[in-house]
Design a binder for this molecule. Structure first.
Ligand SMILES: *[C@@H]1O[C@H](CO)[C@@H](O)[C@H](O)[C@H]1NC(C)=O
Ligand SMILES: *[C@@H]1O[C@H](CO)[C@@H](O)[C@H](O)[C@H]1NC(C)=O
Ligand SMILES: *[C@@H]1O[C@H](CO)[C@@H](O)[C@H](O)[C@H]1NC(C)=O
Ligand SMILES: *[C@@H]1O[C@H](CO)[C@@H](O)[C@H](O)[C@H]1NC(C)=O
Ligand SMILES: *[C@@H]1O[C@H](CO)[C@@H](O)[C@H](O)[C@H]1NC(C)=O
Ligand SMILES: *[C@@H]1O[C@H](CO)[C@@H](O)[C@H](O)[C@H]1NC(C)=O
Ligand SMILES: *[C@@H]1O[C@H](CO)[C@@H](O)[C@H](O)[C@H]1NC(C)=O
Length: 658
């Protein structure tokens, strides 16, 4: 299969779409007869598939986009002897580096391959850049065969005066570009024409000599004025130089020109509309090119990283998983677009399994896209099977998984977006914590418990979360808790049930001791994490990094100490002082202690927890000292604890301290 088959395929429809889009708009607004890219392919012949030349060419083209910058001119060669490939690109000097990269990406990864397949030499002219390669060394050689002039189809009322002014301006620019040492073979100039301004620009490829640059621009001026001497604007694409002039400052506002409105009064509105549409259209054309380009780039980078083992594209995916059509499958291109190419500004946070980005789908839906970063050991097939299973899980207290994407090594999970962010953000900031009044906190605890119970027992799969913590609890508009990252442990785990794992994925402060120390996990390790979470929510304090007193190294130890001393009232978050109920507080705290018992066997199951949270009359077991209350302190009170209680069965006694 052609190496670039997968790379091109997803982008071509978009690209074609953008051509159609541009053409329609251009025809409507009468700017240019058609739009870039324009190309000239070789008549020197084709290279053969899988030839060294093809490899050299592909390698060379792949290296271009990341380096592209508008301020630097670039030539490169790759390979030996007659398989050698020479390439050159030039971005217009006024565009941003970003636009340049997009443009070069579109040109090198999509257009030049599509427009000149298998060609031994080719040139493609884009809106903001041009790219050329050849099997012949053309560096430093002036070449104006195939000069391509294009005119703005709007006509000027006084062509004689206008074209002589343009000609004079371009002559002056030609001199500046070619012979002004600091010009970098690029120059712009404005000239007054009646009550308007002519904006003109020239640029040479910097491999030329000064004389050749001058020669190229003189020839370009001649070519363009011969053909478009009555147009309000025109440009000329050439292998060795570029020239353009317009009645609006097209080079002043980057790639989003905002032309000055025409002065003619009775035509003002109409003219203005046309300008606006033109601007919009040029903007959208750029955007389309940029999008296509950068997704192609993204693909290219991605493919390069791709190893041959166990990876498959989404076409293969659909072939292998015809049933997967029941589930929303997102292709990589649309995810690129939705997340602005996984830009940092879209990043919502960094989870244990990879970063999460905010995305906006084509239909306007907001989503959160998790980009899995440590899944590389798992083949796409196992991954897909797991995700399809996990997508069947639905519970009001689980974040909904809307779909996923597997493309090579890229694995994405698409979740519903939670505008209220995660519990840690709200809970550990005193300003926002005030929003969580007492009843809200109980509701959150209850919701989390029900969500975990569903994972442990009510779903067809037994899911052990393994990384329950405040930042994995998201809050919806009504502050309902939604567990996220569920099923991740399953996706990355080797086996089910109680298992031993080499990679401990939990978070310090929430990990059960048997898990933290021996890598043993079970549903009871989740119960432990839930207990920590519960106590954090009640007290509004973090377990990890807790430095309340010297005597107690953690929130759990501190809480236990106050519990033993009948001073739990000190634990209450002052921000709920006006809304809390002391009996509820005591019961919830008690349940929290039962959940963080050192011995996993002593911890209740989630179903018991849910029952205990609900039942006001249920008597609770006396907890043993919790784990992590460390050393001296832990053992101090051990003798006074009632060990006879089984938390899984009926309760034995009600020994709450008062
Ligand atoms: C090169 O291949 C293209 C199609 O890939 C074909 O249209 C063209 O005629 C070929 N040119 C030569 C010189 O063989
Ligand atoms: C563009 O990139 C070049 C080289 O990579 C750098 O020197 C230049 O400062 C960049 N320009 C801008 C505007 O960032
Ligand atoms: C210009 O370049 C084209 C393509 O590389 C080549 O076929 C042609 O011979 C060149 N013309 C001159 C005058 O060098
Ligand atoms: C501009 O002039 C050319 C001939 O010089 C004509 O074919 C074309 O239709 C004119 N364009 C407009 C928009 O009037
Ligand atoms: C424009 O070019 C045409 C030939 O293409 C010529 O007849 C006409 O006189 C030129 N107009 C001006 C103003 O130079
Ligand atoms: C270009 O025109 C400006 C005045 O508009 C003049 O100062 C400058 O010397 C000219 N440059 C060349 C190279 O002719
Ligand atoms: C030469 O180019 C530099 C940079 O574009 C410009 O600042 C300077 O005025 C130019 N010199 C002349 C003599 O045109």
């Amino acid at each position: 299969m052609n190496h670039f088959h997968c790379l091109l395929k997803p982008n071509i429809p978009l690209l074609l779409l953008s051509f159609i889009h541009i053409n329609i708009l251009y025809n409507l607004t009468c700017a240019f007869p058609s739009s870039p890219p324009y190309n000239f392919c070789s008549n020197a012949g084709n290279y053969t598939e899988n030839s060294p030349f093809q490899k050299n060419l592909n390698d060379l083209l792949q290296t271009l986009p990341p380096k592209a910058s508008s301020s630097e001119f670039y030539i490169a060669a790759n390979g030996n002897d007659h398989d050698k490939v020479y390439a050159l690109y030039m971005c217009l000097n006024y565009v941003s580096n970003e636009t340049c990269r997009y443009c070069i990406t579109a040109a090198s990864q999509v257009d030049i391959r599509k427009l000149c397949p298998n060609s031994k030499e080719a040139v493609v002219y884009e809106e903001y850049c041009q790219l050329r390669y050849s099997n012949d060394n053309f560096f430093g050689k002036l070449n104006f065969s195939d000069n391509l002039p294009l005119g703005n189809v709007q006509n000027i009322s006084d062509p004689e005066k206008f074209s002589s002014l343009v000609s004079k301006t371009l002559r002056n620019l030609t001199n500046s570009a070619a012979y002004n040492v600091s010009s970098n073979m690029y120059a712009t100039k404005e000239a007054s024409y009646k009550d308007k301004t002519i904006y003109a620009l020239v640029q040479c490829t910097r491999d030329l000599s000064r004389d050749d640059c001058s020669e190229c621009l003189k020839r370009a001026t001649q070519d363009v004025l011969l053909k478009y001497n009555s147009s309000v604007g025109a440009r000329l694409f050439s292998r060795s130089c570029f020239l353009r002039y317009e009645l609006y400052p097209f080079y002043k506002n980057g790639y989003d020109p905002t032309p000055s409105p025409p002065e003619n009064d009775n035509k003002k509105d109409k003219g203005r509309k046309i300008w606006i549409i033109t601007a919009l259209m040029i903007g959208s054309a750029c955007l389309a090119i940029a999008l296509v380009g950068s997704c192609a780039y993204y693909h290219a980078v991605n493919k390069r990283k791709k190893r041959s083992k166990g990876v498959f594209s989404h076409h293969e995916f659909q072939r292998n998983y015809p049933k997967a059509q029941e589930f929303p499958y997102f292709d990589l291109t649309s995810m690129c677009l939705a997340t602005n190419y996984f830009s940092d500004s879209n990043k919502l946070g960094q989870g244990g399994f990879g970063p999460v980005y905010k995305g906006i789908l084509k239909d306007g839906r907001e989503v959160a896209v998790k980009r899995l970063s440590i899944g590389s050991e798992q083949g796409s097939e196992e991954f897909t099977t797991e995700v399809l299973l996990i997508m069947k899980l639905q519970h009001v207290n689980l974040v909904r998984l809307l779909g996923f994407c597997v493309d090579g090594e890229e694995k994405l999970l698409v979740y519903e977006y939670m505008p209220n962010s995660s519990l840690d953000v709200i809970l550990f900031d005193p300003k926002t914590r005030a929003k969580l009044n007492w009843s809200r906190r109980l509701k959150i605890i209850d919701g989390i418990a029900r969500g975990i119970l569903y994972l442990h027992e009510d779903s067809r799969l037994r899911i052990i979360h393994r990384d329950l913590k405040a930042s994995n609890i998201l809050l919806d508009n009504d502050m309902n808790p939604k567990i996220s990252d569920f099923g991740m442990a399953r996706i990355f785990a080797e086996s089910e049930g109680e298992a031993n794992t080499a990679t401990i994925v939990g978070t310090y402060g929430y990990m059960a001791p048997e898990y933290a120390m021996e890598g043993l996990y079970s549903i009871k390790s989740d119960v432990f994490s839930f207990g920590v979470l519960l106590i954090e929510i009640l007290t509004g304090r973090r377990n990890a990094g807790f430095h309340q007193t010297k005597r107690a190294p953690s929130l759990l130890a501190y809480a236990w100490q106050l519990w033993r001393e009948d001073k739990v009232v000190e634990l209450i978050d002052p921000l709920v002082a006006d809304s809390y109920n002391f009996d509820e507080f005591l019961r919830y705290l008690h349940i929290g202690f039962l959940c963080v018992q050192e011995d996993a066997y002593d911890r209740p199951t989630m179903s018991s927890v849910v029952v205990m949270l609900k039942g006001e009359s249920t008597a609770l077991c006396q907890p043993k000292p919790p784990t992590f209350s460390t050393g001296r302190f832990t053992h101090l009170h051990e003798s006074s604890v009632d060990y006879s209680c089984s938390v899984n069965g009926a309760t034995v006694s009600d020994v709450m301290p008062r």
